[in-house]
Design a protein around this ligand. Structure first.
Ligand SMILES: [Zn+2]
Length: 228
């Protein structure tokens, strides 16, 4: 288990690392560094450190990592109803007949769904937008799953067991863009005669739902407020 500890992963040293220009690394190492540095939040220096960690690791550890990367793309997909991450379609939440099909909680990302689900308060369904409207970043409603959300109200058959939901709880992050997205959605949903509520204020402004404590999230769901 402590197989990792014999390697100093904190080292900033990048043996043989060529700074800029053409790489002095063997081609497979350079390819790994490039692949890693394409990940969000990983700069070239960190990518080099990770690549050297992999090089020093036992072969089965590297195989395990490679298999995990491959399998996540092969076996995990988005639910055709709510866009939750799932191995089955529809996802277990949409497929659960014990859940309240009348109420849909709308979130930005699958990780928000997980944070809210862990409170155990929301017994309805979800819809994951896969982002939020952000004009400055060029993100419009068309880049998100908003059309699919609205289709759930225009065409009941898009929902589990064909039940058209009657309430939407907007659970977007309390940021400027989250608020803007909530207003846009509230407008579109009210046109369709849907009761729209939003999570209670009290969530830290500018914060991310995924980092908010379970108790605060539970209160925010329980105290949701109508958007008129
Ligand atoms: Zn689903």
């Amino acid at each position: 288990m402590s197989g990792n500890s014999r390697y100093n992963t904190k080292s900033d040293q990048t043996p043989g690392g060529a700074r800029g220009g053409s790489s002095a690394y063997p081609e497979p190492v350079e390819r790994l560094v490039e692949a890693l540095s394409s990940l969000p939040g990983i700069g070239r220096r960190t990518a080099e450190r990770l690549a050297f960690y992999v090089l020093k690791s036992p072969a089965d550890e590297a195989d395990h990592l490679a298999a995990a990367l491959r399998d996540v793309k092969r076996s995990v997909r988005h639910c055709g109803v709510c866009y939750n991450l799932t191995q089955t379609d529809p996802c277990p939440i949409c497929a659960d007949t014990q859940r309240d099909r009348a109420c849909v909680l709308v979130v930005e990302q699958p990780k928000d769904l997980i944070a809210l689900e862990q409170t155990g308060i929301h017994r309805g369904l979800y819809h994951v937008l896969m982002g939020r409207i952000s004009p400055l970043d060029g993100v419009t409603p068309a880049h998100l799953t908003i059309a699919d959300l609205l289709a759930r109200f225009d065409d009941a058959s898009r929902n589990p067991d064909g039940v058209r939901p009657s309430e939407v709880v907007l659970g977007l992050n309390p940021t400027l863009e989250g608020d803007g997205t909530a207003l846009y959605l509230a407008d579109e949903l009210k046109k369709r005669g849907v009761a729209v509520t939003r999570l209670a204020r009290g969530l830290p402004s500018g914060g991310q739902l995924e980092y908010v404590s379970k108790a605060v999230l539970a209160d925010a769901i329980a105290g949701r407020q109508r958007m008129d």
